[in-house]
Write a protein that binds this ligand. Structure first.
Ligand code: BES
Ligand code: ZN
Length: 611
């Protein structure tokens, strides 16, 4: 019986491998926003990337050899931006090429091709593009070697390598990367576990990915295994601490596999980046890139890893075919993330995550009320707009709440079967909202169900009936807060030493703003909030400090703003600072001093706030 079972598994695996090749070439119509490429007519399939990283000049000198399929056209068009091309060789001969300026999102590299051509080699140099951040050695933990990391989602891969940069287009890649001696390079691929003396590293991603999932980092990076398929990459001084913090990854994968089916990518590792990493995490296949601000010392912020891991199914395996459909990546993942957390913690804990997300959603709905109400639809319209214009809690938290409401409407058992089928049936293929809705309507028993899918997806705002539940653990915080506010001289009455990060966040968000200095001092005296190492709590605390002009916290707040590059933390603090004249002066000075440490996108964004 057991043998028969194994035999069946092998058969299914073989059958599904076959289907990769036949299905990943197809893409739904109309998915060509945000790309200037012609992947529908001449489709790149495989990249052989040969790159040398020059830290002195901040340049990546590379050749990109693309294998493509000509479906009957006389030019191959790739997306390109902030890249200097020196040579294009088709088969064995050098050809003339054209770089046509299109818009601020990118240009087109146009290469004439013949009927029988199938490879092209582009020699180029990149370095100044948005995908790449160069760090001086002073900006790293060890301060010994410079560092580089990339962040290609949504449309920045085209600043790293000329490519057909559309989420409906999948490719495989191999790479050879040369870095200075003493460094290690890692990619979203099979990775080295040790440094080598030559500084030459080879990579392979043989499963079809989208160009936004291409990722590279290089620096004084080392590896520590957690188990046979998972481990942590980071700078040596952080390695032990990060490995401890992330030691639950294997149980997260086990929890995720229950919902998504077998983990499809082989290894799952995490690269903990230097603090200027501009976002929380990025689901680069096989190697999530993460901010060090999740290393709180008590595992309280690891749901971010659950999120990036969940993308191994929702996003990396089944990918939004278009940035209008980002909720299919982020909403499914935010839902999946909570299910993983429920499995490795418990329901009461997870309800807190849902509530914090619900608050974020309410805040953005309010924010969008006046000028961006249409962007509160799950399926958005990004025609002639940058994909990141619609980046908000809507795709994440409205998307997740929709799926939770759907789950509760049809029942968890049926929903879970549907979800795992959704992943299995669409793996390595692009997915759009229409296809997802159809798959829901055809495979979930919705005839008499009390849920209006069309309203959830195509209408702005939030439907009246949602699966919203107020968490038990926050009721206790409400009670404690009441007692405290009645007698603000006694912060001990809160009994907050055992609170989790989420209880703190809830408490701090609920406090009135401004508050009296005396009260804030009492809180500080009991719980040492100023200078706290937990970045989520620190961020909420400094928001209160600014609103209340609690200047005792300012030096620590300034240090926080200068040491952390995560946009999610920086943005609210700068916004709060600029509300007063004094605060604005302070914001200008801090930003001037901090900007060189920020990612170019983060610096640009903060400048729009502090002007
Ligand atoms: N895929 C996103 C990051 C992203 C989305 C980059 C769209 C560019 C465009 C990633 O999975 C993510 O959502 N990160 C969050 C953390 C998460 C726990 C909500 C972040 O960085 O804050
Ligand atoms: Zn995400």
């Amino acid at each position: 019986m057991k043998n028969l079972f194994l035999f069946l598994i092998v058969l299914i695996t073989i059958a599904s491998c076959d289907s990769i090749d036949s299905t990943y070439n197809t893409f739904p119509e109309g998915e060509k926003d945000h790309t200037n490429s012609n992947f529908d007519k001449a489709k790149t399939k495989h990249l052989d990337w040969n790159a040398e990283i020059n830290f002195d000049e901040k340049k990546i000198n590379a050749t990109a050899k693309w294998t493509f399929e000509n479906k009957g056209t006389d030019e191959l068009i790739l997306d390109i931006k902030d890249i200097e091309v020196s040579k294009v060789v088709l088969a064995d001969k050098e050809v003339e090429f054209e770089i046509r300026a299109v818009d601020s999102m990118g240009d087109a590299l146009i290469i004439p091709i013949g009927k029988n051509d199938s490879t092209v080699e582009i020699t180029y140099s990149a370095g100044g593009g948005v995908a790449i951040q160069w760090l001086a050695k002073e900006q790293t933990a060890g301060k010994k070697m410079p560092y580089l990391f990339t962040q290609c989602e949504s449309i920045y891969a085209r600043t790293l390598v000329p490519c057909q940069d559309a989420p409906a287009n999948r490719i495989t890649y191999n790479a050879t990367v040369k870095v200075p001696t003493g460094m290690m390079a890692v990619m979203s691929a099979k990775n080295p576990k040790q440094k080598n003396a030559e500084g030459i590293y080879k990579f392979e991603m043989e499963l079809p990915i989208v160009t936004y999932m291409i990722a590279l980092a290089a620096g004084d990076i080392e590896y520590k295994a957690i188990d046979a398929r998972s481990g942590v990459y980071t700078e040596p001084s952080m390695l032990a601490k990060c490995a401890r913090e992330l030691e639950d990854i294997p149980s997260m994968i086990a929890a995720a596999e229950k919902l998504g089916g077998p983990y499809p990518w082989g290894n799952y590792d995490v690269l903990v980046c230097p603090p200027s990493f501009p976002i929380g995490g990025m689901e680069n296949p096989r190697l999530t890139f993460a901010t060090p601000t999740i290393i709180a010392g008590d595992k309280s912020l690891v749901s971010l890893i659950a999120h990036e891991l969940a993308h191994s199914w929702s996003g990396n395996l089944v990918t939004n075919s278009n940035w209008n459909d980002l909720w299919l990546n982020e909403g499914f993942t935010s839902y999946f993330e909570k299910r993983i957390m429920e499995e490795i913690t418990d329901k009461d804990y997870t309800e807190m995550l849902w509530e914090i997300a619900y608050q974020d959603l309410q805040a953005d709905l309010k924010d969008f009320k006046e000028n961006k109400w249409n962007d509160t639809r799950l399926k958005v319209d990004l025609k002639n707009r940058h994909p990141e214009e619609c980046f908000s809690a809507i795709p994440y938290d409205k998307g997740a709440l929709f799926l939770r409401t759907l789950e509760e409407t049809v029942g968890r058992e049926k929903f879970d079967i549907w979800l795992s089928k959704y992943f299995a049936a669409h793996k390595f293929t692009p997915m759009n909202t229409g296809m997802a809705v159809k798959y829901m309507e055809e495979n979930l028993d919705l005839q008499n169900a009390d849920i209006d899918i069309q309203e959830w997806i195509f209408k702005p705002g939030l439907p009246e009936k949602t699966a919203y539940v107020f968490p038990k653990r926050f009721k206790k915080i409400d009670d404690a807060t009441k007692t405290f506010l009645a007698n603000p001289r006694n912060a001990e009455s809160l009994n907050a030493r055992s609170w989790s990060t989420h209880e703190w966040l809830y408490f701090l968000r609920k406090l009135p703003k401004p508050m009296e200095t005396k009260t804030l001092r009492t809180l500080d005296a009991s719980y040492a909030l100023t200078g706290i190492g937990n970045s989520e709590i620190a961020d909420e605390w400094y928001l209160q400090a600014i609103a209340s002009k609690y200047e005792r916290a300012y030096p620590a707040m300034e240090k926080f703003l200068k040491s952390v590059g995560r946009k999610k933390f920086l943005e609210p603090l700068y916004k709060e600072l600029v509300k007063t004249e004094d605060g604005k002066k302070l914001a200008i000075r801090i930003l001037d001093e901090a900007a060189p440490n920020y990612h170019p996108l983060a610096a640009r964004k903060m400048r729009t706030i502090v002007k």
